[in-house]
Design a protein around this ligand. Structure first.
Ligand code: FEO
Length: 399
């Protein structure tokens, strides 16, 4: 059965308690997720906003039948057409062929590319409206939040913004609402989601939010397509997005390392000691690229004003985990973050130079040449690492 979130709106989505990875293996989702779909009942028409991920298509359609005679659905609004939202469309449209699908022009192209069907597409643009009787739905294009086809739908009678992926979280919860969930976990998942999915498009986020704020819409609820609904102070997450989109950083330094025989780990810990000695106010976190989750590491990088990446030289290059993280960081386009490299070595010692090059290519401002120490660091080497940490604090302050 669906769950009513207001007089006219019923949640008919799917909570996915066991999801651990999303986008293949690119994104960890340790708190599961949900695929939110909403049934909106006007006085004259009933419409469905978004569907669910493909593996749940039959279950979704069956449960929708428990909620409504499918023939009463007079339109489907597809705010975004990645498969986690459009996946149940083929199953649903086998039951109600010909129902108009409101979407952006790019949304139509994506649906055609995904499902190869000549469905009844109705292209909409920002400001276009659908009157369903007693309620007007207004469409707002939001390209690259996070796909080119993305749009939001605003419902005037109940002041709900259906924002699709924006403001979402991969978070399965007993409650549909943030204010009835563990807010620390919700906010962490929202930030992890922003870091790993939305951050590359931060300039568009800022522009779009300012545009929507300029519309002076009354927003009492933000209903995203993943995770919980923002009901109490919904503008809080909008303000957070504006902060996150503005080259976000805290007084925090993250040290990410990989190690073969613990020498680079010892260097990491000594550098951390030096940083804390030089500036006790800065939060320092050390993460092992091979043991900690890659998306959690990148979320810590997102929060940091500076990062240190450490890796021994392995053959002629870097470790698998560090190389992968740096490539992911390059794609995420972090802004305004300083960096340096470190690593132990036995003979060639190429890793520190390589790390510095990769950090620069990923958009970090590399503030020094890095530090390398041969074999297992002794007391003298560890003292040099502590000094390096102290100097790093001064360098990131002056750059
Ligand atoms: Fe939740 Fe971009 O799909």
């Amino acid at each position: 059965m669906g769950k009513k979130i207001s007089d006219r709106v019923t949640w008919v989505g799917k909570t996915d308690w066991e999801l651990t990875h999303f986008h293949g293996d690119e994104l960890s989702t340790f708190d599961g997720s949900s695929y939110n779909s909403y049934l909106v009942r006007g006085d004259a028409k009933t419409v469905l906003i978004d569907t669910v991920w493909l593996p749940y298509d039959k279950e979704f359609v069956q449960r929708l039948k428990d909620e409504i005679d499918l023939k009463e659905i007079s339109a489907i609004i597809m705010n975004h057409n990645e498969i986690d939202h459009s996946g149940a469309l083929p199953e649903l449209l086998r039951e109600i062929p010909g129902v108009p699908i409101y979407c952006t022009k790019k949304g139509e192209a994506i649906m055609r590319g995904h499902y190869h069907q000549d469905w009844n597409y109705v292209n909409v643009k920002t400001g276009d409206k659908l009157d369903i009787g007693g309620t007007i739905l207004t469409f707002i294009e939001a390209p690259m939040l996070h796909w080119p086809d993305t749009m939001f739908t605003y419902m005037d009678s109940e002041s709900i913004l259906f924002s699709n992926d924006a403001f979402g979280q991969h978070f399965a919860s007993e409650s549909l609402y943030a204010d009835e969930s563990d807010l620390c976990s919700v906010m962490y998942e929202a930030e992890k989601y922003y870091t790993n999915i939305i951050n590359p498009y931060s300039p568009m986020v800022t522009r779009k939010i300012k545009e929507i704020l300029g519309m002076s819409l009354d927003v009492k609820m933000i209903a995203p397509s993943h995770g919980v609904i923002w009901r109490h102070d919904p503008m809080m997450i909008v303000k957070k997005y504006l902060e996150w989109a503005d080259a976000y950083q805290e007084n925090r330094i993250t040290i990410v390392y990989d190690t073969m025989w613990n020498s680079t780990r010892k260097m990491a810990e000594a550098i951390a000691d030096g940083i804390s000695e030089a500036d006790p106010s800065v939060a320092v976190r050390i993460m092992n690229a091979s043991k900690d989750d890659k998306n959690d590491i990148l979320t810590e990088v997102f929060r940091s004003k500076a990062v240190l990446f450490g890796c021994p030289t392995i053959n002629y290059g870097l470790s698998f985990a560090i190389g992968g993280l740096l490539e992911m960081a390059r794609g995420l386009r972090f802004k305004n973050k300083k960096a340096a490299a470190f690593g132990s070595y036995g003979w060639s010692g190429d890793s520190v130079k390589l790390l510095s090059e990769h950090l620069a290519q990923a958009g970090f401002k590399v503030v020094n040449e890095g530090i390398k120490e041969i074999w297992i660091p002794d007391e003298g080497a560890l003292a040099r690492c502590r000094n390096f940490g102290r100097d790093f604090v001064a360098q990131i302050a002056s750059e």
